[in-house]
Design a protein around this ligand. Structure first.
Ligand code: COA
Length: 264
């Protein structure tokens, strides 16, 4: 096995026999993703795109937590700015990936922990997985083109319920919504997802690339995603600096309920 992981970086990057595994590994902060982690992931995805030895990519967390989403401390101290912000590099890489992306999700998948799945080709969930998109409860709005992709995948009303309330939903509901391919016992999750990746690795890479590109709508599809991400980002960046988001994030760290009554 060719190990490329950086100790204590929050991510574990492993490559073996055609499969690149991108693992979230920051258990003490529930795998919340920092700018430095996005950068490592974006760089790994960039290398994978041109490395013929990589034929499929699999995202994973641990068997208890996929990811608590963007690190809220980072959001408050270092809000992403400019098109080269690590989170935006990461989003461009997953939305533009030409190779198959898979995910194995166990435990909570919050915010980008769920929206990144909308860019994956095959998503497997353990029966303890819990998905949530708490952008509105944080005083924010959707990102990662989820305002386009979730209604498209799940239907408008189901997407609206999840995006407007921010309520968490379980693996069976995610399956019914179409954002998950199969629900498995936690002990079987990774082996199953890896076996599915191995199936793809054994198939002709060019056929996989062309099939994926056709399903994604080629250049027009890519432009639509990029335009949506830009529109979301303009509003998101503004809202991240607004008092509602400050109150929501401060309340999270103070372990209390936020009070939005002072805002119109
Ligand atoms: N950013 C920064 N720190 C985070 C975090 C995040 N997104 N999510 C969790 N943490 C930290 C907590 O502050 C806590 O740190 P502490 O031990 O220093 O107090 C630690 O991780 C454990 O979190 P805790 O909330 O106690 O774990 P839990 O098992 O009760 O709940 C979650 C797990 C993921 C459901 C919960 O942590 C959560 O809702 N996190 C926020 C998710 C979020 O809003 N993400 C942004 C989406 S845009």
């Amino acid at each position: 096995m060719d190990h490329a992981s950086v100790a204590n970086s929050g991510v574990v990057i492993e490559q073996a026999d055609g499969l690149l595994i991108l693992g979230f590994d920051r258990p003490e902060k529930k795998n919340a993703i920092t700018g430095a982690m996005y950068q490592l992931l974006a760089d790994a995805l960039a290398r994978a795109e041109t490395d013929p030895a990589v034929r499929a990519i699999l995202f994973r967390g641990s068997d208890k937590i996929f990811s608590a989403g963007n690190d809220l401390e980072d959001f408050m101290q270092r809000p992403p700015s400019g098109p080269d912000a690590p989170v935006l590099q990461f989003l461009r890489r997953i939305s533009g990936a030409g190779k198959p992306l898979l995910a194995a999700v166990a435990g909570p998948a919050v915010g980008i922990g769920t929206t990144l799945l909308l860019h994956c080709d095959m998503v497997y969930a353990a029966d303890n997985a819990r998905f949530s998109l708490p952008f509105v409860p944080l005083g924010l709005c959707p990102e990662a083109a989820s305002s386009l992709l979730l209604p498209r995948i799940a239907g408008y009303q189901r997407a609206a319920e999840k995006l407007l309330t921010g309520d968490a939903f379980d693996a069976q509901e995610a399956l019914a919504m179409g954002i998950v391919n199969k629900v498995l016992p936690p002990a079987e999750l990774l082996a199953y997802a890896t076996a599915q990746a191995r199936k793809l690795i054994a198939l002709p890479a060019a056929s996989l690339r062309v099939t994926k590109a056709l399903m994604k709508g080629g250049t027009a599809g890519a432009v639509e995603i990029a335009t949506t991400m830009d529109a979301e980002l303009t509003r998101f960046s503004h809202m991240l600096r607004a008092p509602e988001a400050r109150e929501a994030m401060t309340a999270f760290f103070e372990k209390r309920k936020p009070d939005f009554s002072q805002f119109d």
